[in-house]
Design a protein around this ligand. Structure first.
Ligand SMILES: C[S@@+](CC[C@H](N)C(=O)[O-])C[C@H]1O[C@@H](n2cnc3c(N)ncnc32)[C@H](O)[C@@H]1O
Length: 241
């Protein structure tokens, strides 16, 4: 096995083990486990998410979708702002960056500091978008539909704020086409979700988008380089039905 793959797998095993300690000593770990998960979510997880979402293969995916955004743009789940450098400034009038996690938004604010367009941050989840109906030209969502707990209400809100002719542009990882990879996605999902701040490995992304009231206009898929259970990507655009 390649040296780097071995190293990466060791990190994954270490993370899974750390997250599952309380199962082996529930009484001793009970309250302390909750506290440490709180600290983990606040201080470690944002950095882990920023690091993993910022890996080269993911950044290449951003390059494929984000420059398509135009006009008044809403990014749902803006995270640490990794998409910001990929917007085509000539086509952007303003970006609203929505995310319920202040630790992520803090990083995004730094990334937005030197951009030639305005970015306004909204600290709310995707099912509480505080913008007027029919006012947004493009909604961008990348590596976030895996994490949003209730995707249909969030997609309904996205549909509400999009103006007629407006588009949802997406790039997400999700359910793989190969049965063997899917089996691993299903097996690992419970622990992955706990450690990954609610991220699911196995969501059927196009079906979720359609269930939220959209028609898919164009769709590409492939395994991007990396750990296969987390690397099957779906990207493209969709419009409200
Ligand atoms: C894996 S990160 C991806 C961040 C960013 N979109 C990117 O591509 O790097 C998932 C993001 O979804 C955000 N999130 C979680 N629940 C959400 C919700 N209900 N509505 C909107 N964003 C949410 C998290 O706070 C986190 O920033």
């Amino acid at each position: 096995m390649h040296k780097h793959s071995k190293k990466r797998q060791s990190y994954v095993v270490l993370l899974f083990t750390a997250g599952d300690l309380h199962r082996w000593a529930p009484d001793a770990c009970g309250k302390r486990h909750e506290e440490s998960m709180g600290l983990y979510s606040r201080y470690i997880l944002p950095k882990v998410v920023h690091f993993t979402c910022g890996l080269k293969p993911n950044m290449r995916q951003r390059e494929k979708v984000v420059p398509r955004a135009r006009g008044r743009i809403l990014e749902v789940g803006i995270g640490s702002g990794l998409n910001l450098p990929y917007y085509d400034a000539a086509k952007v009038s303003k970006v609203w960056g929505l995310d319920p996690a202040p630790e992520m938004t803090r990083m995004a604010k730094q990334a937005a500091g030197f951009l030639p367009f305005e970015v306004e941050f909204i600290g709310l989840p995707g099912d509480e978008i505080p913008l007027e109906d029919n006012t947004i030209d493009t909604v961008v969502v990348t590596y976030t539909l895996c994490t949003i707990a209730a995707t249909t209400p969030a997609l309904r809100q996205i549909s509400r704020v999009l103006r007629p002719g407006g588009e949802l542009i997406f790039c997400e990882h999700g359910s793989a086409p190969d049965a063997s990879v899917r089996r691993w996605q299903d097996r690992l999902n419970p622990i992955w979700k706990r450690l990954g701040g609610g991220c699911n490995l196995n969501r059927p992304i196009p079906a979720l988008i359609e269930a939220g009231g959209f028609r898919i206009k164009d769709l590409d898929t492939m395994y991007i380089p990396g750990w296969r259970p987390a690397s099957f990507n779906y990207w493209g655009s969709a419009v409200p039905r």
